[in-house]
Design a protein. Structure first.
Lengths: 230, 565, 359
C-alpha cells in the first residue's frame, strides 16, 4: 500500500494513511493531515449534492404550497407540534454532541470524551426516530395518510400530507444512515481505541450528521409552523 | 516520421519478460478475476467501466436497430405498438443513463485524470470501485425491468402517464436509474477532489490539459444536477408505488412541475454528455496538428460557461406546455447565449489547425468528423431555441436529429477518437490503422445518412415516438434506416479490429504519437503506480513548438513540458 | 422567400403564423449553412494546406491574432445569436395573444382521440371544421394524460394537460384538409391519435355549422334532468317550498345545521342528492326526499355539472329550462366548458343528427 520510494519508520497512525495520499512524497504527519483535508473536502462536495437533493424537494413544496396556501395551512395544523418541537430539541442537542466529538477527536487525550460524545449523538438520533415513530403511529390513527378515508375534505390537503410522509421519511432514512455511520465509529473506538483520535472518518461523519440536522431545521418550519400564527 | 511504431510485433519485447526490475504493468499486476473485481486501481476500474459501457452501448444499439427496422414502412409490420413503445424507451434509458453519461468520464476520465495531473490514483480509490458497482447494480435493476416486460413511458417518463396510466415496470426501471445516479455523484466527488488536491508540483490550474478541465466541469454538473433527478425519481415512485399524491391533478398536483424538475437535471445532463468529448477533441487535435491549442484561456472559460449557463436553460424543453411568455423568452435567450461558448470552441479548434503540421491518423479523422457534426448539431440547437420554430418542431424528428447530431455525431465520435488515441496507452498495443481510418470515414457518412433526413422529416411534421406514420414521411425514413445499417457496420468494425489488436497488435512504445501530456511520459501500459518517480511540471500543455512560433517542419515535441525527478 | 426552399422539404403553409415561422426557418437555415460552410471550408483548407510536410509558410502567427481578436469574434458571435433571438422573439410576441374576436373552440384530448367543441356546442371527434380567414382560439385540456395538439400546416402545437387549460390560436389562410397529430407520447396508440382540420370558406362553414346539432353538453342534460326529476319543483325561485336557491352556490362554504361548515363541491352535491338528511344547511327543514336508486351515477354527474354551471360567486338568477346558445353560461367559470368537468364521462359518440328536444 505504501510507496516503496518513501522511507518510513514505524508509523503512529500508519493505518489511516492510504493511497494515493501516501505517494505524494510528504512526511507522514503532513501526508495524513493532507489526507484528512481531502476527506473533509470530499464530504463537503457530497453535501453540496445533498443540498441540491433537498433543495429540489423544498422547491416542490414551495410550488405546491404557493398554489394551495389555505389547504396547506389547514393541513399543517393537523401535525403534532409537541412531538416535533421535542424532536427539534433532540436533534439540535445531537448536533452539539457531534460537533464536540469532531473537535475532541483531534486530540489523543480526549479519546474518551470523543467516544462519549459519539454515543450521545447516536442515542439522541435514536431518540429522534423513536419520537417520530410515535408521531407516525398517532398520524395513522388520525387518518392523516393520503388515500381513502383521509381526515380532511380538501383534496390538496392530501398533497401536504403526501409531502409530509415523503420528506420525513427521506429525512429519517438519512438520519438512519447517519446513526449507522456513528455506530460504526463507536465500534471502532471500543474495539481499537487507538484508531479513533485523528481519524479522518470522524470529521466526515460529523459533517454529514450536521447536514442532516440542518435539513431538519428547514423541514420543521415547513411542516409544523405553517398556519400556526403566534 | 511522427509516429514511432514498431515495424513488427517481434521487434519490441514484452516488457514483463525483460529483467529490468521495473514494476509490472497494471494489466499484469494480478491476473485473477477477483483481483480485477476488487481492484482500487483507477486504470483497472476504467477498464471495468469500458466493458460495462460497451455492453450497454450494444444493448441500446440493438433496440435502435429494431426501431429503425420497424420504421422502414409506415405500417406496423415488425412489432406492435406496445413493443415499439418499449423499444424506444429502452433505447433512450440505456443510451442516456448507462452509456452516454458514464462513457467518457468513467473510462477515459478514470484512466487519464490521475495520469494527466501526475498523480498516483484518484483521491478516493475505494469510492471509485464502489461507483462501478453502483453503476452495474443500477444497470441490472433496469435490466430486470426489461425482463419484467419492459417500460413504455419514453426515457422522459412524463407524468401522469408514468405514475398513473402505464402498466409497465416503471418503478423498477427508474429505481435502476436512481441507483446509477449515486455512481455518477461518487465519480464527480472523486474527480473534483482529485483535481483540486493531487496535482503534481508545477501543475497549476492554467497548465492543466483541457481534458482535465472538461472532467472537472463535467463533475460539477454531476454533483449538482444528478441529485435533482434522484428526487424526481423518488417523487414518481412515491406516487406510483406508495400512493402518495404528488403530481396528481385531481388532488391539486401539477404535472408540469414534474417537467420542470426532470429537465432541471436533464438539460445539464446533456452537457455532461457533451463536455468530456470536447476535452478529447482538444487533446487529439493538438497532437495531430502538432500545434498548441489556440486560445487556451478562452477554451477553459468556454467549458466553465457552458457548465454554468447550462443550468438555466431547461425551460426550452417545455415551450409548448403553456408556460408564461416571459419565462419562455428568458429561457430562449439563455439558450442562445449558451451556444456562444460552444461556437468559440469550434473556432479555436479550427484555428489550431492553422500553420500546423496536420496528420490524418484515425483519431484525427474522428475529430475532424466531430467538428463538422457538432457544428451542424449546435446550429440546429439555435433553431430549437427560437420559440416559433420550436413550437412547430417540438416532439418531432427535428429534435431527434438535433440531439443525435450532438450525442452521437459529436460525443460518440469523440469517444472513438479517444479510444483510438489512447488505445496504445491502455492496452500496450497498436491497432491496424487502415481498418481504423475506414471505420472513421464509414461512420461519418453512415451517421449523416441516418440523421440528416430526420431534420427534413421533422420540419415536415413527423412526430417522434410514432411506430406508424403517415405515408408521406416514408422516403425520409427509408433513407434514415439505410444509414443506420451503415452506421451499425461502422460501430461493429472497431469492436472487431480492436479486439484483434489485443492479441495480435504490434506492441506500443511509451509515446507512439509523439504527444504532449504526462500520460505519455510513462510506459504503455502504465505500471500500477503510474509513474517511475514523481512528475513535476515545468511548462504549459501542448508544447508542440515554442510559444509564439509554429512547427516549421514535422519535428519531435519539445521535451520541456515535464521531467521526472 | 418560400421559393428558396423546395415545396417537398416544407409542409404547406396554411396559417398567418406559418409564413412567419417559415421565414425565420429559412433565414436560420441560410445563416447556418453559411457558418457550416465557413467552418468546414476553413478546416478543409487548413488541413490540406498545412498537411504534414507541405511547403506552406508557417511563420509565427500574424499580429492580428491576439486576445483582442478572440474577444472580437466572441462578441460578434454573441451579437449574431442575440439578433436571431430578437427576430424569433418578436415573431413570438406578436403571435402570442389571440385577437379579441376569435372563434372559441374547446379541445379535449383523451387516450386516444381528440374531441372538439365549437362555441355553439357543435361537437366533433378527431375533426375540426373552421372557417378560413377567421382567428380561432383553442382552449385545450386533457381527460387523462398529457397530449399535444399539433397541426403542422399551421405551425401550431400546444400541450393538452389534465386539469389545466392551455390556449393557442391560429388563423387559417387556405381552405383544405390538414393533418392533426398528437405529439406528446401518451401510451399505446399515441401514433394513431390522428385527426383532420377542415378549413372551409365562410359561407360553407356557416352552412356546415347550422347543420350541426347544438350539442347536449353535460350541463344542458343536467338542466333537463333538474326539471324532469322534480328538483325545480322546490329549488326554483318561484317555489312555495322553502328550499335553497342553487344559483351561485357552487364552491361556497355553507353553514350546516349543528355548527359545522361544508364546501359545496361535487361530493357535497352528491351527498345532498342521495342522503339529503345528513348535512342540511342551517335554516332549512330536512324535508328533501332522497334520490337513492332513482338517479344513476351519470345523471348525478350531469346534475352536478348543471349546478356548477349556475355559477360560483355573485348569485345570478337563471330560469331553468331556457338554454343558452353558447357554452359560455352566464356566471359560469369561463376557463372551461361545463362539459369538461374533470372525471365527468363525456359521451364518446357525436351528438345525433336532427333538432334537439328542449324541455
Amino acid at each position: 500500500m505504501t510507496d516503496p520510494a518513501i522511507a518510513t519508520e514505524a508509523p503512529l497512525h500508519a493505518e489511516f494513511l492510504r493511497e494515493p495520499w501516501d505517494g505524494l512524497g510528504l512526511p507522514q504527519e503532513e501526508a495524513l493531515s493532507y489526507q484528512r483535508f481531502g476527506a473533509t473536502f470530499g464530504i463537503w462536495i457530497f453535501i453540496a449534492s445533498e443540498v441540491l437533493f433537498f433543495g429540489a424537494l423544498f422547491l416542490f413544496y414551495a410550488a405546491v404550497r404557493a398554489e394551495h396556501a389555505e389547504a396547506f395551512a389547514t393541513a399543517a395544523r393537523e401535525t403534532n407540534i409537541v412531538y416535533d418541537t421535542l424532536n427539534t430539541a433532540i436533534l439540535l442537542t445531537s448536533g452539539l454532541s457531534a460537533a464536540a466529538a469532531s473537535l475532541a477527536s483531534e486530540h489523543v487525550p480526549l479519546r474518551r470524551l470523543t467516544q462519549w460524545c459519539l454515543l450521545a449523538t447516536a442515542t439522541l438520533g435514536l431518540a429522534f426516530l423513536a419520537v417520530k415513530g410515535m408521531e407516525y403511529r398517532d398520524d395513522i390513527a388520525e387518518h392523516l395518510v393520503p388515500g381513502r378515508g383521509f381526515k380532511l375534505p380538501e383534496p390538496s390537503a392530501q398533497l401536504f400530507f403526501g409531502f409530509y410522509w415523503l420528506s420525513t421519511g427521506i429525512h429519517g432514512v438519512h438520519l438512519t444512515v447517519g446513526i449507522g455511520l456513528v455506530a460504526r465509529l463507536i465500534w471502532i473506538g471500543w474495539r481499537h481505541p487507538e484508531r479513533l483520535p485523528g481519524n479522518p472518518q470522524v470529521e466526515v461523519t460529523m459533517l454529514y450528521w450536521g447536514f442532516v440536522d440542518m435539513v431538519w431545521l428547514f423541514l420543521y418550519p415547513a411542516l409544523y409552523l405553517v398556519g400556526r400564527p403566534g | 516520421m511522427s509516429t514511432r511504431v514498431a515495424e513488427s510485433p517481434a521487434s519490441l519485447a514484452d516488457p514483463d519478460e525483460l529483467a529490468l526490475g521495473l514494476p509490472e504493468s497494471y494489466l499484469s499486476a494480478g491476473g485473477t478475476l477477483g483481483s480485477w473485481l476488487t481492484s482500487t486501481d483507477h486504470k483497472r476500474i476504467a477498464i471495468l467501466y469500458a466493458l460495462s459501457v460497451t455492453l450497454f452501448f450494444f444493448i441500446g444499439g440493438a433496440a435502435a436497430t429494431l426501431v429503425r427496422l420497424e420504421l422502414f414502412t409506415p405500417q406496423a409490420d415488425l412489432v406492435g405498438a406496445d413493443t415499439y413503445n418499449k423499444l424506444f424507451t429502452l433505447h433512450g434509458v440505456i443510451m442516456v443513463w448507462f452509456f452516454l453519461i458514464p462513457s467518457i468520464p468513467t473510462t477515459f476520465g478514470n484512466f487519464l485524470l490521475p495520469l494527466m495531473i501526475g498523480a498516483r490514483d484518484l483521491a478516493f480509490p475505494k469510492l471509485n470501485l464502489a461507483s462501478w458497482y453502483l453503476n452495474v447494480i443500477g444497470g441490472l435493476i433496469t435490466a430486470t425491468a426489461v425482463l419484467a416486460g419492459g417500460i413504455d413511458t419514453g426515457w422522459t417518463f412524463y407524468v401522469p402517464y408514468s405514475t398513473t396510466f402505464s402498466n409497465t415496470a416503471v418503478t423498477i426501471g427508474v429505481l435502476g436509474v436512481f441507483v446509477s445516479g449515486f455512481s455518477t455523484i461518487a465519480t464527480g466527488v472523486n474527480f473534483i477532489a482529485t483535481t483540486h488536491l493531487l496535482r503534481a508540483p508545477g501543475m497549476t490550474w492554467f497548465r492543466l490539459p483541457l481534458f482535465v478541465w472538461a472532467m472537472y466541469t463535467t463533475s460539477i454538473i454531476f454533483v449538482l444536477a444528478t441529485p435533482v433527478l434522484a428526487l424526481t425519481i423518488i417523487l414518481v415512485v412515491a406516487e406510483r408505488s406508495l400512493g402518495l399524491p404528488i403530481f396528481d391533478p385531481a388532488k391539486g398536483g401539477d404535472p408540469i412541475l414534474f417537467q420542470h424538475l426532470f429537465w432541471f437535471f436533464s438539460h445539464p445532463a446533456v452537457y455532461i454528455m457533451l463536455l468530456p468529448g470536447m476535452g478529447i477533441v482538444s487533446e487529439v487535435i493538438t497532437c495531430f496538428a502538432r500545434r498548441r491549442i489556440f486560445g487556451y484561456d478562452f477554451m477553459v472559460y468556454a467549458l466553465v460557461a457552458i457548465a454554468v449557463i447550462g443550468f438555466f436553460t431547461w425551460g426550452h424543453h417545455m415551450f409548448t406546455s403553456g408556460m408564461s411568455p416571459y419565462a419562455a423568452l428568458i429561457f430562449s435567450f439563455l439558450s442562445f447565449v449558451v451556444a456562444v461558448p460552444s461556437a468559440i470552441k469550434v473556432f479555436n479548434w479550427t484555428a489550431t489547425l492553422y500553420r500546423g503540421q496536420v496528420g490524418f491518423e484515425s483519431p484525427m479523422l474522428y475529430v475532424l468528423g466531430y467538428i463538422g457534426l457538432f457544428t451542424v448539431g449546435g446550429l440546429t440547437g439555435l433553431f430549437l431555441a427560437s420559440i416559433p420554430i420550436d413550437v412547430h418542431v417540438q416532439d418531432t424528428y427535428f429534435v431527434v436529429a438535433h440531439f443525435h447530431y450532438i450525442m452521437v455525431g459529436a460525443t460518440v465520435s469523440a469517444y472513438f477518437a479517444g479510444l483510438h488515441f489512447w488505445w496504445p496507452k491502455f492496452t500496450g498495443r497498436m491497432y491496424p490503422e487502415t481498418w481504423a481510418k475506414f471505420a472513421a470515414v464509414l461512420m461519418f457518412f453512415g451517421f449523416n445518412l441516418t440523421f440528416f433526413p430526420q431534420f427534413i422529416a421533422g420540419y415536415l411534421g413527423m412526430p417522434r415516438r410514432y411506430h406508424v406514420y403517415p405515408p408521406e414521411f416514408q422516403v425520409w425514413n427509408v433513407l434514415s434506416s439505410s444509414g443506420a445499417a451503415v452506421l451499425a457496420a461502422a460501430y461493429l468494425m472497431p469492436l472487431g479490429y480492436l479486439t484483434w489488436s489485443l492479441f495480435f497488435g504490434a506492441r506500443a512504445v511509451n509515446d507512439p504519437w509523439n504527444a504532449s501530456g504526462l500520460e505519455w511520459r510513462t510506459t504503455s501500459p502504465p505500471p500500477r503506480v503510474n509513474f517511475f518517480g514523481r512528475p513535476a511540471v515545468l511548462a504549459k500543455p501542448y508544447n508542440y513548438h515554442p510559444e509564439g512560433a509554429a512547427p516549421l517542419h514535422d519535428e519531435p515535441r519539445i521535451p520541456s513540458q515535464g521531467s521526472l525527478t | 422567400m418560400g421559393s428558396l426552399m423546395p415545396a417537398w422539404l416544407m409542409p404547406v403553409a396554411a396559417s398567418t403564423h406559418a409564413a412567419k415561422v417559415d421565414r425565420i426557418f429559412i433565414g436560420l437555415t441560410l445563416v447556418s449553412a453559411a457558418i457550416v460552410l465557413l467552418v468546414v471550408g476553413f478546416v478543409v483548407t487548413f488541413a490540406i494546406r498545412f498537411r504534414r510536410g507541405s511547403k506552406a509558410d508557417r511563420g509565427p502567427l500574424p499580429e492580428v491574432v491576439s486576445r483582442e481578436f478572440e474577444i472580437g469574434w466572441t462578441a460578434a458571435t454573441l451579437f449574431v445569436f442575440v439578433f436571431i433571438f430578437w427576430w424569433a422573439a418578436s415573431a413570438e410576441i406578436g403571435a402570442f395573444s389571440p385577437p379579441k374576436d376569435a372563434l372559441e373552440v374547446h379541445v379535449v384530448g383523451k387516450q386516444w382521440m381528440w374531441k372538439t367543441q365549437a362555441s355553439n356546442g357543435a361537437r366533433e371527434i378527431n375533426e375540426l371544421h373552421v372557417p378560413v380567414g377567421v382567428p380561432v382560439r383553442l382552449v385545450l385540456t386533457s381527460q387523462d394524460v398529457i397530449h399535444s395538439f399539433y397541426i403542422p400546416a399551421f405551425r401550431l402545437k400546444r400541450d393538452a394537460v389534465p386539469d389545466q387549460t392551455t390556449e393557442a390560436w391560429f388563423q387559417a389562410t387556405k381552405t383544405g384538409t390538414f393533418q392533426l397529430m398528437c405529439t406528446e407520447y401518451c401510451g399505446t396508440d399515441h401514433a394513431r391519435m390522428l385527426g383532420r382540420v377542415i378549413v372551409m370558406e365562410p359561407q360553407d362553414y356557416a352552412a356546415w355549422l347550422s347543420a350541426q346539432p347544438e350539442g347536449d353538453d353535460l350541463a344542458h342534460q343536467g338542466e333537463r334532468l333538474f326539471s324532469e326529476k322534480g328538483c325545480s319543483g322546490c329549488h326554483a325561485p318561484g317555489s312555495t317550498v322553502h328550499a335553497p336557491n342553487l344559483a351561485g352556490i357552487w364552491g361556497q362554504a355553507v353553514q350546516l345545521d349543528g355548527g359545522k361548515r361544508a364546501t359545496v363541491d361535487a361530493a357535497y352535491v352528491r351527498d345532498s342528492i342521495l342522503q339529503p338528511k345528513r348535512d342540511v344547511v342551517a335554516g332549512y327543514a330536512p324535508v328533501m326526499p332522497s334520490y337513492e336508486g332513482l338517479l344513476s351515477d351519470g345523471e348525478i354527474q350531469e346534475l352536478t355539472a348543471y349546478i356548477r354551471s349556475l355559477g360560483a360567486g355573485p348569485r345570478e338568477v337563471r330560469t331553468p329550462g331556457v338554454p343558452p346558445l353558447s357554452s359560455r353560461v352566464p356566471g359560469a367559470q369561463s376557463e372551461r366548458s361545463p362539459a369538461m368537468v374533470p372525471g365527468a364521462p363525456v359521451a364518446d359518440t357525436p351528438s345525433p343528427a336532427g333538432p334537439v328536444v328542449r324541455p
